[in-house]
Design a protein around this ligand. Structure first.
Ligand SMILES: Cc1ncc(COP(=O)(O)O)c(C=O)c1O
Length: 371
């Protein structure tokens, strides 16, 4: 009998205090005092005993709408952006529909599309500019196309869309009467954040999250904003009928109240970390950081020329060095065996550990392989 595959997440969670978590784009840079008071107060009041306001805390809803700049579209709260993506796919796609998407991508969305009997048409973006272009979107549209998936900035590549490209893609959606699913989970890290809803308000469904910008991934809060009619259609698939986690709501409200005070320093640190990660990668023979500089909090390191697998690198980094990076197969059908993704919204000490571990891990694996 062969050994079961290495359970990287089981291993890492069991040792989470020692692990540098560079594998899920989670944000470990927001000062804890930003949310601690709000959570402590909610705990003191034992708010967890009761249900939250079903539609969400009114101030939180206002702050999200203002933060996004979509005042006419009341946010719909879900358990993480993930649930919003699921609801949208289930509610708006039908068997036979096609969704113009990418590879690499955040593939869970593709699975939701498939659950609805629809399919994604994955445009290969594993080459410069490592994102969609309006021309390619236009070419990919056929009689069955129902939706365009625009993740901006893009996980896992870290690339983002210049304003004019967002406008051009939004105009295509509008001209062809297509839905435009605009996932802006990493928007706060982008140097040029642009909502597609600005250009195609009737077609665009904006999915947002406080997991990455506010560093609240464990609390599971996100949602969507959409025109009224679409909102009603999507809301039919709501499973959080009794509201989403109250601790998440009070924490997100507190984080959004003070976001202008702490976000700039967080973004500066992320940029500096990203530059260091790319520099470390490029110092290792056979490794490149082809999509850097990142507009988000992660980038990919192409390891094809090392002859090593991303899974072997992930395992060696984690077991020997306690540094958790992610093998690419989770994020790309075609190119998953070419890269590892490294996220870096982390304290500089974690990046120090990556800097020491990555070259050493590649060296060890090469030696072991007899190279
Ligand atoms: C592009 C993208 N969308 C959505 C999510 C889901 O975020 P959450 O469910 O934590 O809000 C992620 C998480 O990594 C992501 O990368």
């Amino acid at each position: 009998m062969s050994a079961p595959p290495f359970d990287a997440f089981g291993y890492a969670h069991a040792r989470r205090r020692e692990v540098a978590w560079l594998c899920q784009n989670t944000n470990h840079l927001v000062p804890p005092e930003v949310v601690r008071g709000a959570i402590d107060e909610a705990l003191d009041e034992r708010r967890y005993e009761g249900y939250p306001p079903a539609a969400g805390d009114p101030e939180l809803l206002e702050r999200i709408a203002a933060d996004l700049g979509l005042p006419g579209q009341p946010p719909f709260l879900t358990s993480g952006g993930t649930e919003a993506l699921y609801m949208i796919a289930r509610a708006l796609l039908r068997p036979g529909d096609e969704v113009v998407a990418t590879d690499p991508s955040y593939l869970i969305i593709h699975r939701f599309v498939e659950l609805s009997g629809a399919r994604t048409v994955n445009l290969d973006i594993y080459a410069p500019p490592f994102r969609l272009t309006a021309d390619r979107v236009q070419e990919a549209i056929g009689p069955k196309t129902r939706m365009i998936l625009l993740i901006d900035p893009l996980n896992p590549l870290g690339t983002g869309y210049p304003r004019e490209e967002v406008r051009a893609i939004a105009e295509i959606a509008h001209d062809h009467h297509l839905l435009l699913l605009n996932d802006v989970t990493y928007r706060d890290f982008s140097p040029a954040p642009t909502l597609a809803a600005e250009f195609a308000p009737e077609e665009t469904l904006t999915v947002w999250s406080v997991s990455k910008n506010c560093g609240l991934a464990g609390l599971r809060l996100g949602g969507f904003s959409a025109p009224a009619e679409r909102r009603r259609e999507i809301a039919r698939y709501n499973t959080d009928d009794l509201g989403v986690n109250i601790l998440a709501q009070v924490a997100a409200r507190a984080a959004l109240r003070s976001k202008p005070e702490w976000l700039p320093a967080v973004v500066r640190q992320i940029r500096a970390n990203g530059e260091r990660v790319a520099a470390v990668a490029r110092s290792v023979p056979g490794v490149s950081a082809p999509a850097a500089p990142s507009w988000a909090s992660m980038t990919i390191l192409d390891v094809r020329e090392t002859g090593l697998t991303p899974e072997a690198i992930q395992e060696e980094m984690l077991r020997t060095h306690g540094v958790f990076v992610r093998a690419g197969n989770y994020l790309s059908v075609r190119h998953g065996s070419s890269f590892v993704r490294v996220s870096f919204s982390n304290p500089p000490a974690d990046i120090d550990r990556f800097q020491a571990a990555f070259p050493a891990a590649i060296e060890t694996l090469r030696r072991r392989a007899g190279g």
